[in-house]
Design a protein around this ligand. Structure first.
Ligand code: GTP
Ligand code: SPV
Ligand code: MN
Length: 580
C-alpha cells in the first residue's frame, strides 16, 4: 500500500532520508496487520502474553522505567511569536526547534522499520473530523493508534480526497530522558516527538494533535478542542441529556463517562460518547454539539474494580493492552485496588516486594477499543455529534470546593473554568498531590495563550442561542484523616441528576456568593452512609477561604497581563463583592 497524495509521498520520502530506516511500512489498519505486529512484538519481548484463559488477547507492555508518563517540562509549542503561546506553554523558535529535533532524528531509524500511520480523529464521515499522519518506529504505537483512532485505509482515503492533515513525526530514540522532547508547530500543523514511547508523548493523535494543535485550529476556526469526557444521562422516563466535563488528568473522566448507575437508581442509563477529549462546535441553530475525536480509551488502571467501575473492569478482560501493570503468579494483570489476587511480579518485572513501592505503576494504563464498553453510546458515531446541555468543570480538591455548584451565567462559568485548581497526579512526571491552577483541565494541553483561550470561550458562549449551564464538581473532599467525604464513582449520578434537573428548569437552587448550590434536601442521598453534618460540609461555602481563593485567582490572571478579557476581571470583582 502507498498513496496517490504527492504531498504525503514527498513528506514520507523526506523523513525516510533523514531517519534512514531499513524498511517503510504503510499501515492499512487491517486485522492481519495488527496480528502480525503483535506476533513480532511477542517475539521481541516488547509485548508479553497475559493469561489467555482468563484474559483472551490481552498483552502487557513494560515501558522503560524512566518513561512512564507525560513530560510537561519537555513539551514545547513553537510559534513565530512567543506571546502567542503564553506563559502557560514552553516556547522555542520554530527554526531552532526543527534544527534541534532533526539532529535527534538524524539516522535514528537505522535497522528499524518506519511505519506510516494515516488516522482520522472523529467519526470518519463527520464534517468535524480531522486527519493526521503519524510516522513512528514503534510497533507498540501502531497497535495503540489502531485502537485509539480510525486508522488505515479509510483515513488515508480522506487525505487522498485533498483534506489537510497534521504531520506527526515520532521516534522512541534511545529512551534517554536527556534526549526527549515533544514539540508542536501549530502554524505548520506539525508535531515532532523524540525519546519517549509512552501515551500522550507518543500516540500523537491524542494530546499532541487532538488538543494542542486542534485547540490552535479551533481558535482560528471558531470551535473548541477540550480535555473533556462526553456522557449521556438517560432518565427512567427516557429523556437523555449530554454533559461535557473537564477534569484534569487522572481526576475521574473515564470513570464518570462509563458510570454504572447504583442499585438505588434502577431505570437510569449512562451512555459514553467520549472519556478524554471533546471537540465542540456551535451548529447552525446555535446549539453547542460535541464529538469524541477518539475511538478507544487509554485509561488509568489502578482503582478499577467491580465496585468502582464494573463496566471498565469487564471491558478490560479481553482484547486489551496493559502498560506497566503487575502480574499474578498465573500471569493475570494485577494492580492496586483491583480487589482480587496478589502480585507476583511488579510493573518492572521484578519479584514483588512491598519495599519496592506500588506493584503496578500509579500511571499504568489500559488501551481498548471503545466498542468494548458496555455503555458505549449509539450516538458516539453520529457525524453531527451530540447536543450539550451542560459544561461541568471539576478538580481534585481536599478542601474548599463544594461537591457541586452552578455558575451564575456563561461569563461566570468561564471564570470558574479559568480559576480551576487541582492536585497533581501520576499522569505527568512531577511531584504528585500539589494543588496547581489547571484552567479548564487544559494546563498541559492548550496550544496557545490562555488569555486568548478565555476570550475565545467567551465568544463561543455569545454564538450560542442559549449557552449551556456551567457547573463545578469536586468528588475528592477529604476529612482530617484523609478519608473521602463523598462516596464517588456510581454515586456521582446523584449529583448529575441535580445538574440535569437544573438544566431542565425543574428545580430551585440556593443562591450564594460563589454560585448556586443544591438545597440539601434536593440532593437525593437516600441509602448512602452520609451524615447530615458531612452533607452540610460538602455543600458549605467557606467565605474566608473563597476570598483568599479569589485573591489567588486574581494573581493568576495577572500573570497573563492585559490580554486577559475584561469580563473575567469584572466577574471576579462581582464575586468578591458578594463575599463581603
Ligand atoms: P486521564 O486519562 O489521565 O485524563 O484521567 P481521567 O480523568 O480519565 O481519570 P480516571 O477516570 O481514570 O480516574 C483516575 C483515578 O481517580 C482512578 O484511580 C480512579 O479510581 C479515581 N476516581 C475516579 N472517580 C472517582 C471518584 O468519584 N471518587 C474517588 N475517590 N476517586 C475517583
Ligand atoms: C492524561 O494524562 O490526561 C491522559 C494520559 O489522558 S496521556 O494520553 O498520556 O496524556
Ligand atoms: Mn487525559
Amino acid at each position: 500500500m502507498t498513496t496517490t497524495n504527492d504531498q504525503l509521498i514527498a513528506w514520507v520520502d523526506d523523513i525516510a532520508r533523514l531517519t534512514r530506516p531499513a524498511k517503510v511500512h504503510w499501515c492499512d489498519g487491517s486485522e492481519a496487520e495488527r496480528d502480525q505486529l503483535i506476533a513480532q512484538m511477542l517475539a521481541s519481548g516488547e509485548l508479553l502474553e497475559l493469561n489467555q484463559d482468563t484474559h483472551p488477547n490481552c498483552y502487557l507492555h513494560r515501558s522503560d522505567p524512566t518513561d512512564v508518563a507525560r513530560v510537561e517540562h519537555l513539551t514545547y509549542v513553537c510559534t513565530a511569536d512567543p506571546a502567542d503561546v503564553g506563559p502557560n506553554n514552553h516556547w522555542m523558535a520554530p527554526d531552532e526547534a526543527h534544527q534541534q529535533m532533526d539532529a535527534l532524528f538524524d539516522g535514528c531509524m537505522e535497522g528499524r522499520t518506519l511505519y506510516v500511520i494515516p488516522y482520522c480523529m472523529g467519526p470518519i464521515d463527520s464534517p468535524y473530523a480531522r486527519s493526521g499522519v503519524q510516522i513512528t518506529d514503534s510497533p507498540y504505537v501502531v497497535v495503540n493508534m489502531g485502537l485509539m483512532t480510525r486508522m488505515g485505509r479509510k483515513a488515508l482515503a480522506r487525505i487522498e480526497r485533498g483534506e489537510r492533515f497534521v504531520r506527526g513525526l515520532h521516534s522512541v530514540g534511545e529512551l534517554d530522558p536527556e534526549r526527549r522532547f515533544i514539540m508542536h508547530f501549530p502554524e505548520a500543523l506539525t508535531i515532532k516527538s523524540y525519546g519517549s514511547g509512552y501515551g500522550g508523548n507518543a500516540l500523537l493523535g491524542k494530546k499532541c494533535h487532538a488538543l494542542r494543535i486542534a485547540s490552535w485550529q479551533a481558535r482560528d476556526e471558531g470551535w473548541l478542542a477540550e480535555h473533556m469526557l462526553i456522557v449521556g444521562v438517560e432518565s427512567p422516563e427516557g429523556e437523555t441529556h449530554y454533559l461535557a466535563c473537564a477534569f484534569p488528568s487522572a481526576c475521574g473522566k473515564t470513570n464518570l463517562a462509563m458510570l454504572l448507575p447504583p442499585a438505588s437508581h434502577a431505570g437510569w442509563k449512562i451512555w459514553t460518547v467520549g472519556d478524554d477529549i471533546a471537540w465542540l462546535h456551535v451548529d447552525d441553530s446555535g446549539q453547542l454539539r460535541a464529538i469524541n475525536p477518539e475511538a478507544g480509551y487509554f485509561g488509568v488502571v489502578p482503582g478499577t474494580n467491580p465496585k468502582t467501575n464494573r463496566n471498565a473492569y469487564d471491558m478490560i478482560r479481553h482484547d486489551a493492552i496493559f502498560t506497566n501493570v503487575a502480574v499474578t503468579e498465573d500471569n493475570q494483570p494485577w494492580w492496586e485496588d483491583k480487589g482480587e489476587g496478589t502480585p507476583a511480579l511488579d510493573w518492572q518485572g521484578r519479584p514483588w516486594s512491598p519495599g519496592n513501592g506500588k506493584a503496578a505503576h500509579p500511571n499504568s494504563r489500559f488501551t481498548v477499543s471503545a466498542q468494548q464498553n458496555p455503555a458505549w453510546s449509539p450516538r458516539a458515531e453520529d457525524p453531527r455529534g451530540v447536543p450539550i446541555s451542560a459544561i461541568v468543570f471539576g478538580g481534585r480538591r481536599r478542601e474548599l470546593a463544594p461537591l457541586v455548584y452552578e455558575a451564575q451565567d456563561w461569563q461566570h462559568g468561564v471564570l470558574v473554568g479559568a480559576g480551576m485548581a487541582s492536585e497533581t497526579t501520576a499522569a505527568a512526571t512531577a511531584k504528585v498531590g500539589v494543588v496547581r491552577r489547571d484552567p479548564m483541565a487544559m494546563k498541559p494541553f492548550c496550544g496557545y495563550n490562555f488569555a486568548d483561550y478565555w476570550a475565545h470561550w467567551l465568544q463561543i458562549g455569545e454564538r450560542t442561542t442559549t449557552p449551556p449551564k456551567v457547573f463545578h464538581v469536586n468528588w475528592f473532599r477529604q476529612d482530617e484523616d484523609g478519608r473521602y467525604l463523598w462516596p464517588g464513582f456510581g454515586e456521582n449520578l446523584r449529583v448529575l441528576r441535580w445538574i440535569i434537573a437544573r438544566c431542565a428548569g425543574r428545580i430551585d437552587a440556593r443562591d450564594t456568593a460563589i454560585g448556586r448550590l443544591p438545597h440539601p434536601t434536593d440532593l437525593d442521598i437516600a441509602g448512602l452512609d452520609l451524615s447530615a453534618e458531612t452533607l452540610e460540609s460538602l455543600l458549605a461555602v467557606d467565605t474566608a477561604g473563597w476570598r483568599e481563593e479569589l485573591g489567588q485567582i486574581g494573581d493568576y490572571l495577572d500573570e497573563f497581563g492585559d490580554r486577559v478579557p475584561d469580563a473575567l476581571h469584572e466577574v471576579r470583582a462581582r464575586i468578591l463583592s458578594r463575599l463581603d
